[in-house]
Design a binder for this molecule. Structure first.
Ligand code: DAH
Length: 352
């Protein structure tokens, strides 16, 4: 009699052996099947409860009851799996009988993108200058020293090379430090008159909130007979007013570039504080309270540059300029940190 399963446990076993499989087979969908599984095998499930009742039994009783509980457990486990498979098969059959696509489902509207603020600024600069008659040209970003420096009247020992901290390649080339070498490439293969702009990426070893090791410039070059500084002032003033504001203040400060003589740096009245030097009674941080910001470099093409490309400086004259696109975009949109442009952060990009 020692292996006889005690009455209470035996009754529960019999009841489960009788009813549990019905619970599984009657589950009409996956959710009901899961409820059945929990009711049987869950932490408070009936099979689990049976196991707990083994505690006080003799070794023989445990063996006898354990065996029946185990066989009930494995047959129910298999039944659960079968029911699950057959519910899946039914669902698939229903899907195959129905229409192949649910055309009633509304389509996702694509979110419209828009140009990056640097691309739109580049495009704006370009379209204004093209409307003034300049054609667009491109040059290589991997340059040689001759085009980037020598031909622009910056010989090897010239201190101006220090201002453009250069990335060199192992084979003696370099990443162009400005778009000015495109001036040389254009003049090498065409004769005057020339009116060309050259947009593109340039590289310098510079990295802070207003400098990036890769940034963008647009170069401009106009050469013909009789071109003088008045043309330079007229074209650049018109260009800057079209780009920023028709009432913009524009001033030309004497400066130095090896490839132009005379040279100028061009300032515009600060577009952040409208040339007042102050924003809400405190000093404007963009122009440091001076009311002016530098926007580009320019000058009359140096005779040595003409000689390098075989133009006669006694016959031709011209002007050139270079404008930084990041600077333009920072001023157009009031952006304080240049690194935002390259962060790919949608919270930044979606503001434009
Ligand atoms: N290449 C100069 C720079 O990167 C900018 C520049 C100044 C370009 C004067 C010019 C120019 O064409 O005439 O800083």
């Amino acid at each position: 009699m020692t292996d006889e399963i005690p009455g209470g446990l035996k009754d529960s076993l019999l009841a489960l052996e009788r009813d549990a499989s019905g619970l599984v087979d009657e589950a009409a969908d996956k959710a009901e099947l899961e409820s059945a599984r929990v009711a049987l095998f869950g932490r408070r499930g009936s099979i689990t409860a049976l196991g707990k009742q083994l505690a006080g039994l003799s070794a023989d009783q445990k063996r006898a009851a354990g065996k029946r509980i185990n066989s009930l457990r494995s047959s129910l486990t298999e039944q659960l799996k079968n029911r699950s498979d057959s519910l899946d098969a039914q669902a698939q059959a229903r899907e195959l009988e129905g229409p192949p696509l649910d055309y009633s489902l509304p389509a996702y509207a694509p979110e419209p993108g828009h140009p990056h603020p640097l691309a739109s600024s580049m495009e704006e600069v370009r379209s204004i200058l093209e409307s003034m008659g300049f054609a667009t040209a491109e040059g290589p970003q991997v340059e040689d020293e001759y085009h980037n420096f020598e031909a622009l009247n910056i010989p090897a020992d010239h201190p101006a090379r220090d201002m453009q901290d250069t990335f060199f390649t192992r084979d003696g080339h370099l990443l162009r430090t400005h778009t000015s070498p495109v001036q040389i490439r254009i003049m090498e293969k065409s004769s005057p008159p020339v009116a060309v702009i050259a947009p593109g990426a340039v590289y310098r070893q510079d990295d802070d909130i207003t400098h990036s090791p890769m940034f963008h410039q647009v170069e401009g070059l106009l050469v013909d007979k009789g071109v003088h500084f008045g043309h330079l002032k007229g074209v650049l003033t018109e260009f800057l007013r079209a780009l920023f504001d028709e009432d913009l203040g524009v001033r030309f400060r004497p400066s130095y570039f090896p490839f132009t003589e005379p040279s100028a740096e061009v300032d515009i009245s600060c577009v952040i504080c409208s040339g007042s030097g102050a924003v809400e009674n405190s000093r404007c941080r963009v122009c440091s309270g001076t009311a002016w910001v530098e926007i580009l470099g320019a000058g009359m093409v140096h005779p040595a540059v003409f000689e390098a490309v075989g133009y006669d400086p006694g016959v031709y004259s011209g002007f050139a300029f270079g404008v930084g696109i990041e600077r333009v975009a920072m001023l157009r949109f009031g952006i304080a940190d240049i690194r935002h442009f390259y962060s790919q952060d949608l919270r930044f990009l979606q503001q434009f």
